[in-house]
Design a protein around this ligand. Sequence first.
Ligand SMILES: [Ca+2]
Ligand SMILES: [Ca+2]
Ligand SMILES: [Ca+2]
Ligand SMILES: [Ca+2]
Length: 239
Amino acid sequence: MTLDRSPLVGDYDANGFSDIFWYGPGVDASDEVWWGTDGGNFEVEDDSVRGFYRPAIGDFNGDDADDVLWYAPGDEDDQKERVWWGTPGKRTFDSTGIYERQVSGSYVPVVGDFDGDCCMDILWLGSAEDGEDPTDVVWLGGSDLTFSDESTWGKTPQLMPGYAPLVGNFDGDCCDDVFFLGPGRRADVQWWGSGNDGFVRIAGPALNAGQRLSDTAPVTGNFIGRGNRAEILWVRRPN
Ligand SMILES: [Ca+2]
Ligand SMILES: [Ca+2]
Ligand SMILES: [Ca+2]
Ligand SMILES: [Ca+2]
């Protein structure tokens, strides 16, 4: 195992055990999928992904098997965006139904179920690199192995420098929300998922600003057991 490969964790065969896709960027790098089995063991298979991608993981068609979005940043026409679909009960990706589409520009793909239909969606956040004016959109995942553009959700603002998106269902309704935490004591911006109407956007004072130390990082999860409401935990970085 060489260290230039990134671990992409998901349950791609929906067997209840996490799998690891070791992706090596580039044409020549080899890839491996470690399929999780009972008892903490893996069955290893070679795979091959040719190209430079910024991948993102989610169950975009709602069949419980995680899927892989292969997003190629930039304007090169020879690298289309692709989605590989995990297959419930099989240690393989569905090669017949690969979703292909061209995305031009530089984005950060943010994954969550923003409309609450159990299919994960992709929020394409533009970055302010090179003075670009990217037209950001939300792709809503569908059970038919396609995505629909949600143009009525409006254009999303460019990702503000220093702000990092955190995804979680912070109010426990059916929709994932996105919090953009400002650096230091800068104001936070909260996007609340609200079904088919898009996001309700609220700017407010920095959450927990007094405890935001430079050596802490926010992570989301269910740490104290409040039902399905996600929490933000500021964890101290290890020395
Ligand atoms: Ca699995
Ligand atoms: Ca899936
Ligand atoms: Ca959805
Ligand atoms: Ca929510």
